[in-house]
Structures are given as structure tokens and as C-alpha cells.
Design a protein around this ligand. Structure first.
Ligand SMILES: NC(=O)c1ccc[n+]([C@@H]2O[C@H](COP(=O)([O-])OP(=O)(O)OC[C@H]3O[C@@H](n4cnc5c(N)ncnc54)[C@H](OP(=O)(O)O)[C@@H]3O)[C@@H](O)[C@H]2O)c1
Length: 219
């Protein structure tokens, strides 16, 4: 698959490196193209670097790995992506993680979908880049779960494949409207982690969270 990457920072580096190693074609784009070229050279495996527009035009899928405040400007520079699969890993948050930068309005993912007309899938926003760099991201013998929120079945199937390429387990996060909940959940989790709390400890396993009715023995 051909993957265009908007941004040449930590998330672009972490995810594009994994996908390039898996044999995907990768083109990094940045507002300062020399940063994209330098990142592509570090990644190797045939990765290329250039402008945001070149990266956006390249991909079967486009990863949006831009700081929240720069998203609109970067998308303007990237050019039209209507109908394309756009993976949104952005987090509209900042310390002290008390409210989202999107306020009470639509999620970042919904704004990006409305702005571009792209088939947006929210994914990879829930963990730090250091986790996405792990090969594979696995804890206690269990692959990391990656929730996906989106409305387009084909786009979701494509991104599920990219999640599996990392050695992670795709999770059905529901429609793009649920991205608002995912963005808020991520901000809450990061707040816990920054406070030194083990966020994992607050989650019971599925069987305990949603106990099944005991099966009645048939007479
Ligand atoms: N890092 C993480 O652990 C992590 C985890 C999950 C999600 N995320 C989300 O992923 C996104 C990228 O994070 P990151 O850690 O990769 O950030 P980063 O290392 O700071 O890189 C941000 C990228 O955005 C670009 N950018 C910023 N403003 C721009 C603008 N106006 N026009 C064009 N490009 C612009 C930067 O370009 P310049 O280099 O030219 O400034 C850079 O390429 C963010 O939305 C973040 O919330 C991050």
C-alpha cells in the first residue's frame, strides 16, 4: 500500500517507520520539506520525503500527524483529500488536561472530516509514540488494542490492516461521532499517566465489566 504522511515529527516517525519496514510505500510531507526528506532518509526502506501536497497525493491512505493547532493550515497546504482515507491521530489537548482544545464543539476528527470531505478514521491517538515504536506493542503477552472510529467500512478495513501490521489488535470503536469520546478519554488517561497513576488499573476485564447471564440448564 502507498501511505502519505503529513508531518515529520514523532508520530510520523514512529508509525511510518513501522509501515515502511512492513513493505508499504511511504512518502513523508512537511511544511519544511527538508525535514521530511531527512526523516525519510532515517526511515529507509525506500521512504521518500517532500512537500505536504506530494505526501497527500501519494497515498492510498494519508496519516495526519500534525500538531492540533496546525491541522487546518497543514490541510490547506496539502490540497484536496476529499474521498481519501485520512487517518487522524491528533489529540486536541494540552497540560493540565482539564479540557479539550475543541471545547464543547465537535471532535477534532469530525472537524477534519467536515473540512476535507475525506473518509476519516480516528486511530493511533491513544498511546505515546514510544509505544508505537515497539515491535510489537505488547504488554503481558497481549497485543495492544487500537480503537478505530469511522463511518466508512472500506476505510476502516484499510486502517485495521495497518493496525495489524504493527502487531496490534484493531478494536471497533464505532462511528466517527464516537471520536469525541475517544479524544476525551485519551486526555483523561494522559492526565492520569502524567500524575503517575497506572491508568490500566482502573479497567476490569470484559467478563467482569459486562457479566453474562448464567446459562440455565435445560430440563
Ligand atoms: N507524540 C505522541 O506521543 C502522540 C501520541 C498520540 C497522538 N499524538 C498526536 O499526533 C500529532 C503529532 O504529534 P507529534 O508528537 O508527532 O508532534 P511533533 O513531533 O511536534 O510534530 C508535529 C508536526 O506538525 C507539524 N506542524 C505543526 N504546525 C504546522 C502547521 N501550521 N503547518 C504544517 N505543519 C505543522 C510540525 O512541523 P514543524 O516541524 O515544521 O514544526 C511537525 O511536523 C499531534 O496532533 C499529537 O496530539 C501524539
Amino acid at each position: 500500500m502507498r501511505i502519505g504522511v503529513l508531518g515529520a515529527g514523532n508520530m510520523a516517525d514512529a508509525l511510518a517507520t513501522q509501515w515502511a519496514r512492513k513493505g508499504h510505500g511511504v512518502r513523508i510531507g512537511a511544511r519544511a520539506p527538508e525535514k521530511a526528506v531527512a526523516l525519510a532518509a532515517r526511515i529507509g526502506h525506500g521512504a521518500e520525503g517532500g512537500t505536504l501536497r506530494e505526501a497527500a497525493e501519494f497515498g492510498d491512505a494519508v496519516l495526519l500527524a500534525i500538531a492540533h493547532d496546525g491541522v487546518e493550515e497543514a490541510l490547506r497546504e496539502a490540497g484536496p483529500v476529499a474521498g481519501r482515507v485520512l487517518i487522524d491521530c491528533t489529540n486536541p489537548m494540552e497540560p493540565p488536561f482539564e479540557r479539550l482544545k475543541t471545547g464543547a464543539g465537535p471532535s477534532a476528527a469530525r472537524r477534519i472530516a467536515d473540512l476535507t470531505g475525506a473518509r476519516v478514521v480516528k486511530a493511533f491517538s491513544t498511546c505515546p509514540d514510544t509505544v508505537w515504536r515497539m515491535t510489537p506493542p505488547e504488554f503481558g503477552g497481549r497485543p495492544l488494542g487500537v480503537p478505530l472510529c469511522g463511518d466508512d467500512p472500506d476505510a476502516l478495513a484499510l486502517v485495521r490492516g495497518l493496525v495489524s501490521d504493527l502487531g496490534c489488535a484493531p478494536m471497533d470503536g464505532g462511528s466517527l461521532d464516537r471520536a469525541a469520546l475517544l479524544e476525551a478519554t485519551t486526555a483523561f488517561l494522559v492526565g492520569l499517566w502524567v500524575a503517575g497513576e497506572e491508568a490500566l488499573a482502573m479497567l476490569p476485564p470484559l467478563d467482569a465489566a459486562l457479566p453474562r447471564e448464567p446459562q440455565r440448564a435445560s430440563s
